[in-house]
Design a protein around this ligand. Sequence first.
Ligand code: PXP
Length: 236
Amino acid sequence: MRLSVNIDHFATLRQARRAAEPEPALAALLAEQAGAAGITTHIRSDRRHINERDLRVLREVVKTKITLEMAATADLKKVALEIKPDTVCLVPEKPEELTTTGGLDVVAGRRRLAPYAAALTRAGIRVSIFVDPAPRQIEACAALGIPQIEIHTGIYADLKPGKERNRALADVAKAAAQGAKLGLEVTAGHGLDYHNVGPIMAIPELTELSIGFSIVARAAIVGITQAVGEMVALLK
Ligand code: PXP
């Protein structure tokens, strides 16, 4: 199981003072040295944390793999085509949300998403879509011809251990099996932390987890090397 560390909230801290530090690229390098297999970052339309300058620096220094999360908009497509991350993960975006609140509705949005997926693919960028663990959504992703999906684990992660959470976990596991059967590489993320990652990590079809907030929060206390190292050790 690979860990891709989402470094957005180092930039959130920087933006709290509109200052020059902490430098998200430095966080990315330390995360890589501590065992991260990739770096994930989300550029939002309002540039509330990560901006184009950060992406340019990350592209220069990251040695593993950059996954850029972004909404399917003309503005952000232009950014992706300039930066050329290894992977773009298309996500929904609502201006007022604190964080992404669910997967993209690929069933409803397939026609709108297709040209974005095609343009990114033509530029040599691997396309993934952040999707709810719902059979019709997974089918729609496969029909789009993209190679990869990221299953939304937020519903699972927000629940306390118990029957309801077990059902949410089963949905993620079923979606992962369905995606793999359809030939998709299947990753997962959102809301995962040191306590709830265990059952998700046991899903055999998943190849990578994208984890941000819990690692950055822990890094604020114990340092990024330890925070990433502990998560890498858990995933082993
Ligand atoms: N995956 C996607 C698509 C996301 O938008 C986010 C949050 O930016 C994550 C994973 C990581 O979630 P968290 O910060 O809760 O670990």
